[in-house]
Design a protein around this ligand. Structure first.
Ligand SMILES: Cc1ncc(C[n+]2csc(CCOP(=O)(O)OP(=O)(O)O)c2C)c(N)n1
Ligand SMILES: [Mg+2]
Length: 326
């Protein structure tokens, strides 16, 4: 894989997205622990680099499909924090009027198409969106996010095969956080590298450090260019770690302590911040200003969510049954 360094503006844009994801996540967990919000929440803390380095290269027309652990993907692609927070809180002002919650986020005007709780389902949906774009002669690409565990589901293999046969403009992004629920990677996956599975489907398989924004940026750049040129799909495996267990409430006893401590010590967020300053892409003051503006955004998002109304009981069946659309 050829490696190029993005310009300083792009590198700082990646930092901004990572900051938005991290601050939002920290604050959501704080609100849950304080009893202000109640939901099943699958934190992506630790995985910020991946959607941030990909999304700076996408347009609003490009599609995103993700999974229950996908708030980071949605924020990076452009789901407004206010609408996210209201949706998480189940309020009528949320992106799905409070009916979707954390596992069913969508915001099509920014290309945020679907979040699914069905492991392995993001990939066939992405193939459908990719096929639609191809049939209409559009240049948009579709990014399908999923986890390491999902790469053992039949739909992964069927989707990669179909996408390769039809040269669909899809980028399959496996966010390998080394665990599927409570099962360690090696206990459930036959190969050392998921990227190697791409060879079976005659497409490039790129294995990158998912905590290195420049590595992810370059892999995505290559995959996006290939998809836009009509050359077909790519599988990217981005290796990372989830800091907050499978979902909030999971104490993570099954993770060996040294592995957890090593990952936290190597937290990609402060590491990237320091790297930007040391390499003079930004000053500490520039990054402090970004942090402050993001903090304000999250303050506003939380206040908006908390002060919004719950949906009226009459909303229960609206947007659910086809007969109601007519
Ligand atoms: C079809 C299906 N089978 C099982 C589950 C239960 N389940 C929810 S998350 C999960 C683990 C998925 O792990 P991975 O793909 O690595 O994603 P991660 O949660 O680590 O991001 C499982 C088995 C499900 N939601 N859907
Ligand atoms: Mg996983």
């Amino acid at each position: 894989m050829s490696m190029t360094q993005p310009d300083s503006k792009t590198l700082v844009d990646i930092y901004q997205k990572m900051t938005l994801i991290k601050h939002s996540d920290d604050r959501v967990i704080g609100a849950m622990k304080a009893g202000r919000m109640v939901m099943p929440y699958y934190s992506a803390r630790g995985q910020e680099c991946i959607p941030s380095a990909i999304s700076v290269q996408l347009t609003d027309e490009d599609y995103l499909v993700t999974i229950y652990r996908g708030v980071h993907d949605m924020l990076a692609k452009g789901l407004p924090p206010k609408l996210l927070w209201a949706e998480l809180a189940g309020k009528v002002t949320g992106s799905c009027k409070g009916k979707g919650g954390p596992m069913h986020l969508t915001y099509p005007s920014k290309g945020c198409m679907v979040t699914t709780g069905v492991v392995g389902a993001s990939m066939p949906i992405a193939c459908g969106l990719g096929l639609a774009a191809q049939l209409r002669g559009e240049s948009r690409v579709t990014v399908a996010n999923f986890g390491d565990g999902a790469s053992n589901i039949g739909a992964f293999h069927e989707s990669l095969n179909l996408a390769a046969v039809w040269k669909l403009p899809v980028i399959f992004v496996c966010q390998n956080n080394r665990y599927a629920e409570h099962t360690a990677y090696s206990k459930g996956t036959s190969v050392e590298r998921i990227a190697d599975r791409a060879a079976s489907y005659n497409m490039p398989g790129l294995h990158v450090d998912g905590n290195d924004p420049i590595a992810v940026y370059n892999a995505a750049k290559q995959a996006i260019a290939r998809a836009r040129a009509g050359e077909g799909p790519t599988l990217i495996e981005a290796v990372t770690f989830r800091f907050n267990g499978h979902l909030i409430g999971d104490a993570g006893e099954y993770i060996p302590k040294p592995e957890y401590e090593r990952a936290v010590k190597d937290d990609p967020y402060p590491r990237y911040r320091n790297w930007l300053v040391e390499n003079k892409h930004a000053t500490a003051a520039d990054l402090d200003a970004i942090d402050a503006s993001i903090k304000q955004l999250i303050d506003e998002a939380e206040a908006f969510a908390m002060s919004s109304a719950a949906p009226d009981a009459s909303e229960v069946k609206r947007d659910v049954y086809a007969t109601e659309i007519a």
